[in-house]
Design a protein around this ligand. Sequence first.
Ligand SMILES: [Ca+2]
Length: 148
Amino acid sequence: MCTGALSPAFAPTTNAYTSSVGNSVTNTTVTANAFSGGSTLQLRINGGAYSPLTSGAASAALSLNVGDNTIDVLVTAADLATVNTYTITLTRRTLLQDWQLANNAATLTGDDDGDGIPNLAEYAFNLNPHGRNPLPYSQTTAINPGDG
Ligand SMILES: [Ca+2]
């Protein structure tokens, strides 16, 4: 139905799907197959106007926002009375989310390699969150017991 993998797998009785793409993916196309010859298909993204979609043919390119995009495929049966809408929530990841996925860094506050640098700082300093890194700065604390 969509260029990316849908979750769950497409089934006629399931109306809601999710999928995700990397930050570098700026547009997508949707291909849908009508179940019966008399059905018509329409497509819209992010609540815009519906446009006709030819069964089995790729749609025009749909521009994706970073974050969630809602793609609706409206199916009208030949009797014009039976209407079904299939909705795909397609998430275009941020650069940070791409990095988290590539590095299996589930949380930004976690410190997966225990080197004292949280994952978000590993990202910011372009470090490896699964290889201990020397701290990008150093701190020296002088203790002088003679003071005060
Ligand atoms: Ca770390």
